[in-house]
Design a protein around this ligand. Structure first.
Ligand code: URA
Length: 236
């Protein structure tokens, strides 16, 4: 690949910024300054910028503890805050997209990646990845709520959900919900079908991947290879 593409993929800057850096003699390939943006390099070459090694990463995947008030999107024309704005500048240039969505007022585990295959394996409707949500409710649920979840809730538009799991202590206002689909506002609509309203919704798990509890709202970290494997290959 071209040297400027290598650096652009690594999130170092725009193509025009990179041409400036390269022409300025700040980039070296295997110890020799290289001033041509179109020089051919390979992933294993040792590329440095101002002496600092730029590691080649084919894909970058992070988990973020999504705070309330952010859209799970990469751009929004209405001027809403978007979750990718929480990433550092270098990651912002790496074109990460959410693998599945959380509503603007929802919080918790969101995976952002530039690996299309990983996004597909998380959101593919045929894979039925289980998502675990912790919710607070405006009013108690009916006594048969868990049984109705297990059978498959019918939403207001007539859609019959796949069987889900509701763990709920009768009379309380907290519940844990596990579902294998990701329809628009699905959890809120399932709870509405039971006659209550979701006040807060927090995603704790996607498949076998749990939110790192040390991440404060808005904080993120890269996934380990083992965690990526959990998303790609684990039995659901
Ligand atoms: N279901 C919802 O209703 N909202 C979310 O953000 C996620 C699942």
């Amino acid at each position: 690949m071209r040297l400027d593409k290598f650096l652009a993929d690594a999130g170092i800057g725009s193509r025009s910024q990179l041409r400036g850096l390269i022409r300025g003699g700040r980039v070296a390939v295997n110890g020799t300054v290289c001033k041509s943006a179109d020089a051919k390099v390979v992933e294993t070459d040792r590329i440095t910028l101002d002496g600092e090694v730029i590691a080649y990463e084919k894909f970058v995947t992070v988990m973020i503890n999504k705070p309330e008030g952010y859209l799970s999107a990469t751009a929004d024309e209405r001027g809403d805050k978007i979750v990718t704005e929480l990433l550092d500048e270098r990651l912002q240039r790496m074109d990460l997209k959410p693998a599945g969505r959380l509503d603007k007022d929802s919080t918790g585990l969101l995976v952002l990646t530039n690996d299309g295959a990983l996004i597909h394996s998380v959101i593919s409707p045929t894979r039925h990845v289980v998502k675990r949500y912790e919710v607070t409710l405006a009013s108690p649920l009916p006594a048969d709520a868990s049984a109705r979840f297990a059978e498959g809730i019918t939403l207001e538009d007539g859609y019959r959900c796949l069987p889900g799991q509701l763990v709920y202590e009768p009379g309380t206002l907290r519940a844990v919900i596990c579902i294998r689909e990701g329809k628009f506002h699905q959890v809120k609509r399932m709870v509405a079908a039971l006659g209550s309203t979701v006040l807060t919704l927090h995603r704790a798990k996607i498949g076998a991947l749990s939110l790192d509890e040390t991440l404060q709202p808005g904080e993120y970290r890269r996934l380990t290879d083992a965690e990526i494997a959990l998303l790609l290959f684990s039995e659901q």
